[in-house]
Design a protein around this ligand. Structure first.
Ligand code: PLP
Length: 230
C-alpha cells in the first residue's frame, strides 16, 4: 500500500477509536511522523490529508522545511537547549518539554521572535530510566514554574511515550495515569495555560491511547512504512 492508502486506513481506524471512546473523529488530531522520510514522501502524506507533521530531530526539520508544502510542524523528540534557535520560528508546537532549563531557552528564543510558543510537557509515566520526560509527581511543579516564569510559552497539555509492549493493553495504565494528571490540572487557571492536548499513542498503541483519552496521536510507521536506519 502507498502513503495515501495508509493515511486513509490510519485515519479511519482513528475515527473508529474516537467514536468508541465517545468522541467525534475531529476531536482526535493525527500527527504524521516523518522521521527519515524525504520531503517528497511528506508531501504525498500532505496531499492525502496530513495537516500536522512530527519530527524527532531538529536537523530533519531544518533540512526538509523549505521543500515541504505548507503544514504545521511538531517537534516531538528530545530537544537540546542549544538547538532551540533553529526551530523556534518553524514549529507550531514542541511536545517534549521536560525541564525548566529547556523551557527557559524556548521562552528566550520565542521572545526574540516576538511569538508565544505552544508546548506540551513530556511525562515519563512509567518512570523508565532510558526515557525522557518528567516523572508523574514532578509534572505539576514543572508546569507551575513555567507558568510563573516563562511569559512567551503557552502550555497546551502533555505528551507521553508508553513503554514498548507486545500487547498495547499492557500499557493502557500509563496512558490512563497521564490522562488523570491532565484531568486533575484542568482546575488550574492561568492566562498562559490552555490544557487541551494529550499527545499519546504511536503506530502500535494508538488505539489504546485514544480509548484512554488521547486527542493527538503521533504515527509514523503505519503511514510511511517501516523505517530503515541503515
Ligand atoms: C518515531 C516516533 C513516533 C512514531 O512512531 P511509529 O511507531 O513509527 O508510529 C511517535 N512519537 C515519537 C516521540 C517518535 O519519536
Amino acid at each position: 500500500m502507498g502513503i495515501r492508502e495508509n493515511m486513509e486506513a490510519v485515519r479511519s481506524r482513528i475515527d473508529g477509536y474516537a467514536r468508541k471512546s465517545g468522541r467525534e473523529p475531529a476531536d482526535v488530531r493525527l500527527i504524521a511522523v516523518s522521521k527519515t522520510r524525504t520531503p517528497q514522501e511528506i508531501n504525498e502524506a500532505i496531499s492525502a490529508g496530513a495537516t500536522d507533521i512530527g519530527e524527532n530531530k531538529v536537523q530533519e526539520i531544518v533540512d526538509k522545511y523549505d521543500a515541504v508544502l505548507p503544514v504545521s510542524w511538531h517537534m516531538i523528540g528530545h530537544l537540546q537547549r542549544n538547538k532551540v534557535k533553529y526551530i523556534i520560528d518553524k514549529v507550531k508546537m514542541i511536545h517534549s518539554v521536560d525541564s525548566f532549563r529547556l523551557a527557559e531557552e524556548i521562552d528566550r528564543r520565542a521572545a526574540q521572535h516576538g511569538i508565544s510558543m505552544d508546548v506540551l510537557i513530556q511525562v515519563n509515566a512509567a518512570g523508565e530510566e532510558r526515557k525522557f520526560g518528567v516523572g508523574r509527581d514532578e509534572t505539576e511543579a514543572l508546569l507551575r514554574e513555567i507558568l510563573d516564569k516563562c511569559e512567551n510559552i503557552r502550555v497546551r497539555g502533555f505528551m507521553s511515550v508508553a513503554p514498548a509492549a507486545e500487547d498495547p493493553e499492557e500499557v493502557r495504565v500509563y496512558f490512563r495515569q497521564v490522562k488523570a494528571i491532565f484531568d486533575a490540572l484542568q482546575t488550574c487557571t492561568h492566562e498562559r495555560l490552555d490544557l487541551r492536548f494529550l499527545s499519546m499513542g504511536m503506530s502500535h498503541d494508538f488505539g489504546a491511547a485514544i480509548l484512554e483519552g488521547a486527542n493527538m496521536v503521533r504515527i509514523g510507521t503505519a503511514i510511511f512504512g517501516a523505517r530503515d536506519y541503515t
